[in-house]
Design a protein. Structure first.
Length: 287
């Protein structure tokens, strides 16, 4: 071996090997915890072997197993559901207005979910010669799940069944909400904002603005809203201010829509195809 060869064979890269040593230790059969795994992944990212975005997704994937459907579902008050007895053309108008691709369809009772309607199936039915007489002929089976189901289990079931939506049932058998595969995936990759979404402060549910108005998170409990502003909105039917506003407007609202309830003026700040996210609030003086 030449002098030059021996020179190049020394200086072991200890810093670069340290994370490999730790992975080896983690896989050696010794008991480990999720906290240890996350710490290891952060060390790997700090060494430049994975990107920060990749680390966030890996952490999100690990966290999903600790979450339940109840943590991420769209509440019943913010669901867009279709009545089974409506005419196909009327249903088409509702579908176009909402922007959704899948819809729970109910019978006389809104807790009676008959199935799931895909927008593409409705379109085929409307334009087909001698098409279906009513929407019931177009429905696909609804998947019913409890609020307590783990998200990692639900994601696996979504992949195996190729379903993209499930109806969430409460302990009394009533509809509590719905969850889609997108809701689960957002827990891993993070929420994907529309380019027109406004950057609101999410650290608080009600944030005062410099112009005297407020930004209100749609998931603010009605009781908290009442306490903050001295209001008396009823929270027997709806739990959140977003549910109250959505019901009063009569459909899933879009950004820019406005509503006045008593001395409170609401303008939709952020909404997507599944739910209302944030509201601008102006409070008028009592007369």
């Amino acid at each position: 071996m030449s002098e030059d060869d021996s020179t190049h064979s020394v200086e072991p890269p200890e810093k670069r090997r340290s994370w490999l040593d730790r992975i080896s230790a983690a896989l050696s059969g010794e008991p480990t915890t999720r906290e240890d795994l996350v710490e290891l992944l952060r060390d790997v990212q700090a060494d430049g072997l994975i990107a920060a975005d990749t680390l966030r997704m890996m952490e999100g994937a690990i966290a999903v197993s600790d979450l339940t459907v109840g943590d991420v579902m769209i509440p019943r008050a913010q669901m867009v559901v279709l009545p089974a007895d409506a005419k196909l053309i009327d249903l088409m108008k509702l579908v176009v207005e909402s922007g959704h691709s899948r819809f729970p369809v109910h019978g006389d009772d809104k807790d009676e979910i008959l199935g799931i309607l895909l927008a593409k199936d409705l379109l085929r039915g409307v334009v087909a010669d001698n098409g279906p007489a009513n929407v019931r002929e177009l429905l696909r089976p609804a998947v019913l799940i409890p609020e307590s189901k783990r998200l990692n289990v639900l994601l696996r079931e979504f992949r195996q069944s190729r379903n993209h939506m499930a109806i969430v049932i409460d302990e009394y058998g009533g509809v509590a909400g719905l969850v889609t595969i997108e809701d689960v995936l957002e827990q891993i990759v993070g929420e994907i904002d529309d380019e027109h979404d406004e950057a609101e402060d999410e650290a608080t549910l009600i944030a005062a603005q410099a112009d005297g108005q407020f930004v209100v998170d749609a998931l603010t409990p009605i009781s908290d809203f009442n306490e903050r502003f001295g209001a008396d909105f009823d929270d027997d039917e709806y739990d959140t201010i977003g549910g109250l506003v959505t019901a009063a407007i009569g459909h899933l609202p879009e950004a820019g829509e406005e509503l006045t309830l008593g001395r409170f003026g609401f303008r939709v700040a952020r909404a997507d195809a599944r739910r209302l996210h944030a509201l601008h609030l102006s409070v008028h003086a009592d007369h």
